[in-house]
Design a protein around this ligand. Structure first.
Ligand code: ATP
Ligand code: LTN
Length: 335
C-alpha cells in the first residue's frame, strides 16, 4: 500500500507541569507538521506510572498537558492527539515486544540508570521496560518519523533494533522509524544551573519557567536567573552559560539573531536584559494562557477531542496489533 504522507509520531510523559523548554524544544515545532505529515501526538500517561504518582494530581496534570497541546496550536482536527492509556493496543504490543527484547539491551539504557539512581526506593520493572512500551507507541502507527530530543535517541535506537529483529523473523511487519530533528529548536537550560537542561522534574521552582506561570512569576524568575560577574551581554555558552541561555531564549521568542540581540543590549546592564527577556516570554505566553483558560472552561470540547482521537488512534493501532498477533501465532479471537 502506497502511503500518501509520511507518518510522524511523538509524545511527552504526562508527569509534571510543562516548561518553556518543552514548548520551545518540542511543542511549538509540532504545530505545523500536519501540513507535511500524518501526525500522532500522545500524552504518555502509562509511562508516567514508572514513577509513583499522586492519583488526583496526576489526573489533573495529564488533562492539563492535553489542553496545553491544543492551546499551543496543535489542532485536534488535523492531528491525532490522544491519551496513551485510552488505546489498549499500546500495552498489548508492549508486552509482546518485551518478549523480543533482551535484558542485555535494556541494561544499557542510560535513562534507566539515571532514573534508578534518582528513585532508588522504587526501581520497578516498568522503569526497566520503559523502552519497549515506547517502541510499541511508535511501531503501532507504522511511524516513519519521530521528533525527539537528544536524550531519547537511545530509546529510538532500541525501537529500531526490536522492529528489525521482529521483521527478520516474521517478514515486513513494522516500518523502521527514523529520528526527526526540526531545524529550529533550541535547548533551554535551567535558570539556576545553566549547564543543566531546564526540566519539568527539577525540584527548584526558580530554575524553571512553567507554561502556567503568570507574568509576575516569569519576571521574578528571570530576575533571579544565575549569570556571571562580567556584565557583558555576549553569546559564549562555554564561559557565560547563564547569559547565553537568556540570549538564546530571547532570540527564539523574538526571531532575532544572537548578534542582533548583542547589539540591542550593548552597554546595558544584566538587570535591563533580564527584564526584557522576562517581558517577551510573558508576552509570548499571554495568548497561550487565554486559549488555555477558554479550553479549560469548555470541558465538553476537550472531552470530544479526546474521545474522537482515541478512536481514530485505536483504529490504526489495532490494525498493526492484529497483524502482530497473527504473525506470532496467537489464536484468533472469534468476533
Ligand atoms: P522530565 O524532567 O520529566 O524528565 P523533561 O522536561 O526533561 O521531563 P521530556 O518529557 O523528557 O521533558 O521531554 C518532552 C519533550 O520536550 C522532548 O521532545 C524534549 O526534547 C523536549 N525538551 C525537554 N526539555 C527541554 C529543554 N530544556 N530544551 C529543549 N527541549 C526540551
Ligand atoms: N520517552 C519520551 C516520551 C515518549 C515518546 C514516545 C516520545 C514516550 N513514548 C514515543 C516519542 C515517541 C520522553 O521522555 N520524552
Amino acid at each position: 500500500m502506497e502511503k500518501e504522507k509520511k507518518i510522524l509520531y511523538s509524545g511527552m510523559q504526562a508527569t509534571g507541569k510543562l516548561t518553556i523548554g518543552n514548548y520551545i524544544g518540542a511543542l511549538k515545532n509540532w504545530v505545523n507538521l500536519h501540513e507535511d505529515y500524518d501526525c500522532f501526538f500522545g500524552v504518555m500517561d502509562l509511562h508516567s506510572l514508572t514513577v509513583r504518582q499522586n492519583p488526583a494530581e496526576f489526573r489533573k496534570n495529564a488533562r492539563l498537558i492535553y489542553t496545553q497541546y491544543v492551546a499551543a496550536g496543535l489542532d485536534p482536527e488535523k492531528n491525532c492527539i490522544y491519551f496513551q492509556s485510552h488505546v489498549p493496543a499500546h500495552a498489548e504490543l508492549g508486552w509482546i515486544l518485551n518478549c523480543f527484547t533482551y535484558m542485555g539491551e535494556l541494561n544499557r539504557m542510560t535513562q534507566f540508570k539515571d532514573k534508578s539512581a534518582k528513585h532508588a526506593d522504587n526501581i520497578n520493572a516498568g522503569l526497566y521496560t520503559y523502552p519497549t512500551l515506547m517502541a510499541a507507541d511508535i511501531l503501532l502507527y507504522q511511524s516513519d518519523l519521530v521528533p525527539i530530543g537528544a536524550d531519547q535517541k537511545q530509546h529510538l535506537e532500541i525501537c529500531r533494533d526490536i522492529a528489525e529483529r521482529f521483521n527478520n523473523i516474521y517478514g515486513d511487519v513494522f516500518t523502521i522509524p527514523e529520528g526527526f530533528f526540526p531545524k529550529t529548536g533550541a535547548r533551554i537550560m535551567s535558570l539556576q544551573e545553566p549547564d543543566k537542561k531546564m526540566s519539568k522534574s527539577d525540584e527548584n521552582e526558580n530554575a524553571t519557567i512553567y507554561l502556567i506561570d503568570d507574568r509576575d512569576a516569569i519576571i521574578r524568575k528571570f530576575k533571579r536567573a544565575v549569570t556571571d560577574s562580567e556584565a557583558v551581554i555576549k553569546y559564549d555558552p562555554a564561559n557565560k552559560p547563564g547569559i547565553s541561555n537568556l540570549i538564546e531564549i530571547y532570540s527564539v521568542v523574538t526571531g532575532k539573531s544572537f548578534e542582533d540581540v548583542e547589539k540591542e543590549f550593548a552597554g546595558k546592564g544584566y538587570g535591563d536584559f533580564k527584564m526584557a527577556v522576562g517581558e517577551t516570554v510573558a508576552d509570548m505566553l499571554d495568548p497561550f494562557h487565554k486559549r488555555c483558560d477558554e479550553l479549560l472552561a469548555d470541558k465538553t470540547y476537550i472531552d470530544h477531542c479526546m474521545k474522537e482521537n482515541a478512536e481514530k488512534a485505536a483504529y490504526f493501532a489495532n490494525k498493526t496489533l492484529r497483524k502482530v498477533q497473527k504473525k506470532v501465532g496467537l489464536t484468533e479471537r472469534i468476533r
